[in-house]
Design a protein around this ligand. Structure first.
Ligand code: NAD
Length: 377
């Protein structure tokens, strides 16, 4: 089992990564936090697959009256709303939870964000523990305390920072994750490779199919990514110094791709994978990159896009339009580009014609623009 500390303003918490982490770590957490009641906030699919892993341990520990409250949150990004938060808070109230008690967030990034926000705001904040069950949640969403929900106008528009008491990443739960979700998580894994640790890329390049084979132990790789995220969070907990913004590599392009395709074709991780291809190409085109970056990006990222539903006919104009809308809201287009492997740089308002050209090239390389592959590349 791997243990990675995350040092934040209020102290330090540990991310435990491995097999059997609920059984080995929950008892100690319960002794430390002494909750009278525990609420498990989760989703039906996740609870059906993995709820027993948590419930058995809680029942053995006889926390409170031995019957933890289970509240199911909706599936899908469209359910990550203030209305869901209200329902969750009211369930905690009906269950009699107070600020002395504990919330367990069992699920992917969606559950983590929502349950974390409920824990942050219910009675002005109660402790919670993240139990991430997707690769994306293990390597990214569950660490760093960013919690929140969406508004109809945009994703994650209402939120706050609320650090968990601990994160227990049970890698056994990944065995039931659909391949497409695994690929999405791997896009975030690759991001850490491009930004911080070449060893992660070398590991990924060693997989014959471009994704881990049967029986591969994910724990060491998850732990390396967690260490990358933890060190960024420690340097810029509140996302004000630009350090945490580096984690947005591929994300500005990715958000624009998601929005331009009505959130229907590409999963978030797929959009980010395509976004990193675009960022690498733009880094080269703007002369920021000291060497050719695109071929290695393609080698690592293309296998992760295999199950993406191709958004045929998408144009760079539509993607740029979304970026302009973001600029209006945020005051600038901020892109993370690469000077070299593991040398990211934040670039504000890059020339839009170059951005459009990079988008065009990748849309064409992926065959998403419906124009057939251009010659010469
Ligand atoms: N707070 C942050 O720092 C941060 C960072 C990145 C992403 N996020 C948020 O995370 C969310 C996306 O998270 P996600 O990609 O984990 O998606 P998700 O939580 O929607 O999970 C994807 C699907 O997998 C299912 N699932 C979860 N665990 C499973 C398992 N072990 N086996 C089988 N199915 C399982 C879920 O029910 C869901 O249908 C977005 O809302 C995004 O905004 C937050």
């Amino acid at each position: 089992m791997e243990e990675i500390p995350v040092r934040v303003r209020g102290g330090e918490y540990l991310v435990h990564v491995g097999r059997g982490v609920y059984r080995s770590r929950l008892p100690e957490l319960m002794r430390r936090l002494e909750p009278l009641k525990v609420a498990v906030l989760t989703q039906a699919t996740v609870f059906e697959l993995h709820g027993s892993r948590v419930m058995e341990v809680l029942e053995e520990l006889r926390v409170g009256d031995g019957r933890p409250l289970v509240h199911l949150l909706p599936e899908g990004e469209e359910g990550k709303t203030l209305r869901t938060v209200e329902q969750g808070c009211r369930a905690l109230l009906r269950g009699g939870l107070t600020r002395r008690d504990l919330v367990l967030a069992l699920g992917g990034g969606l559950v983590g964000d929502e349950a974390g926000f409920i824990a942050a705001t219910y009675m002005r904040g109660i402790p919670y523990v993240q139990l991430p069950t997707t690769l994306l949640a293990m390597v990214d969403a569950s660490i760093g305390g960013k919690v929140g929900v969406d508004l109809p106008e945009g994703k994650n528009m209402v939120g706050t920072f609320h650090q968990p008491e601990a994160v227990l990443a049970e890698v056994e739960t990944l065995s039931t994750l659909p391949r497409r979700e695994l690929r999405c998580g791997l896009a975030e894994v690759a991001k850490y490779g491009f930004l911080f640790e070449d060893g992660i890329l070398r590991e990924m390049e060693g997989w014959p199919e471009g994704i881990p084979g049967e029986g591969y132990d994910m724990a060491p790789l998850v732990a390396r990514c967690v260490a990358c995220k933890a060190s960024v969070v420690e340097r810029d907990e509140r996302d004000v110094l630009g350090e945490r913004a580096l984690l947005n590599y591929g994300h500005t392009f990715g958000h624009a791709l998601e929005a331009a395709t009505g959130y229907r074709h590409l999963r978030h991780g797929e959009a980010v994978a395509a976004g990193m291809l675009m960022a690498a190409r733009l880094s080269e085109m703007m002369g920021i990159a000291a060497r050719e970056l695109a071929p290695r990006h393609l080698r690592v990222l293309q296998p992760l896009l295999e199950e993406a539903e191709a958004p045929y006919g998408l144009t760079s104009g539509e993607v740029l339009e979304r970026m302009r809308a973001d600029k209006k809201r945020e005051g600038a287009v901020r892109l993370v580009l690469l000077e070299d492997w593991q040398s990211p740089r934040l670039v504000e308002d890059p020339p839009l014609d170059a951005v459009g050209e990079a988008v065009d090239e990748i849309l064409n390389d992926m065959g998403w623009d419906g124009r057939g592959k251009r010659h010469g590349r």
